[in-house]
Write a protein that binds this ligand. Structure first.
Ligand SMILES: [Zn+2]
Ligand SMILES: [Zn+2]
Length: 391
């Protein structure tokens, strides 16, 4: 890392002051891509900070819309934004704050709907979340593709900011207790198709807690993109009631479920979810792993739904995790339908001419192929150019 002091004209360069910071590399900041997951109280503050610093590319991910109760803690939102997607309002205000910043918005459920490869192609991941489930998802993704992430949590005047780095210190899941798993488990209590039941954690907090914790998160991300030292597996604990700030190190859990890496990941720059068929991907796998190679999905793919009552059969081709409970009801007679599921593509299927997108594969997904002994993880890298396009 070079440490050149570049002093510019304060009247013409908005980053002039940063030039006096010995380690600050505006070019590094300008060329960085940061994924911010969650555009709520923490996300607003983090995005504001990243915009002011001139981060080159921001990928803003959130599934929510704005309501009036967000306005007390969200510097980027206005009363007129009610009902808008949080990502859209946040992106607009980020551009107002700093037109140099390129933004891409993504509206969806981070647990199931973002391709794992997206996480590989950003320089830092900042979680601005209010629930354990999404933190656990990001933590597992981070381990799977071996990239650090910065977590933040706030409640009343308390806050935590922490960096988790696969293989270096404890991870988020290492910190979870039995009670945490019970709370996460509520989400899955009605096993399938139960997304309607999610209760979003409405955690009482203040704009001050959000700005304090988000400031620490942003600083940690800034260190990450500069390749500076961070303290993975340690938390910065902030108690705003007593003004205590201290760090604490989490113990590593020996049999932590998150400690699993996808290896090897093979990039397929010529493969896209929109144009490549299952058959074509299977051919690639068979070239690499032999004629017995099969593709395997993490979750179940709902191929069809069949009504036991009126006999109606409908092709579905959606991943089960993305379906809502009410979609199981037969549109003709209302009976709960049976599902034809698969998570294994062996070459005998009658839908091999479907593209990856047509079987509900998100852009930049990573798909496992195996032949019984060896495994390869294929990244649909051809999506990178279209998906990771910042404006
Ligand atoms: Zn762990
Ligand atoms: Zn029916």
């Amino acid at each position: 890392m070079t440490e050149t002091l570049i002093i510019t004209d304060p009247d013409r360069d908005r980053y002039h002051t940063f030039g006096y910071i010995s380690w600050w590399q505006q070019e590094t900041v300008r060329s960085a891509t940061i994924l911010v997951v969650g555009a709520g109280a923490l996300g607003n503050e983090v995005l504001k900070n990243l915009a002011l610093m001139g981060i080159g590319n921001l990928l803003i991910a959130d599934f929510d819309t704005i309501e009036d109760s967000n306005l007390s803690r969200s510097v980027l939102f206005r009363a007129a934004d009610r009902g808008r997607r949080k990502v859209d309002a946040a992106a607009e205000r980020v551009k107002e704050l700093n037109p140099d910043v390129n933004v891409k918005t993504w509206h969806g459920d981070i647990n199931f709907e973002m391709g794992l490869g997206v996480f590989r192609h950003v320089d830092a991941i900042i979680g601005c979340l209010d629930n354990r489930e999404a933190r656990l998802s990001i933590n597992r993704f981070s381990w799977a593709i071996n990239k650090p992430w910065v977590d933040g949590a706030i409640q009343e005047l308390m806050g935590i900011a922490r960096v988790f780095w696969p293989g270096q210190g404890a991870c988020y899941e290492c910190t979870l207790t039995d009670l945490d798993y019970q709370i996460i488990g509520l989400r899955y209590s009605c096993p399938l198709l139960a997304r309607d039941n999610i209760l979003q954690g409405k955690v009482p907090t203040t704009p001050t807690s959000a700005s304090i914790v988000a400031a620490f998160q942003t600083q940690e991300a800034l260190k990450l993109i500069h390749g500076m030292e961070v303290q993975p597996g340690k938390a910065i604990m902030i108690n705003g009631l007593t003004n205590d700030i201290y760090t604490t190190e989490y113990p590593i859990k020996e049999h932590c479920m998150s400690h699993s890496r996808l290896e090897p990941i093979v990039e397929l720059p010529q493969v896209t979810s929109a144009a490549t068929t299952l058959n074509e991907l299977l051919s690639i796998a068979r070239k690499d792993l032999g004629d017995e190679a099969a593709l395997q999905f993490d979750g179940e793919l709902v191929v069809a739904m069949n009504c036991p009552s009126c006999g109606e059969e409908t092709a579905v081709f959606q991943r089960m995790a993305r379906l809502y409970e009410n979609e199981a009801a037969c549109p003709t007679c209302g009976t709960k339908r049976d599902m034809t599921l698969t998570h294994h593509i062996t070459g005998d299927e009658d839908f091999l001419d479907r593209t990856l997108a047509q079987i509900d594969t998100p852009p930049l997904s990573i798909i496992r192929a195996h032949n019984g002994q060896e495994r390869v993880y294929y990244e649909i890298t051809g999506d990178k150019e279209t998906f990771l396009r910042f404006e």
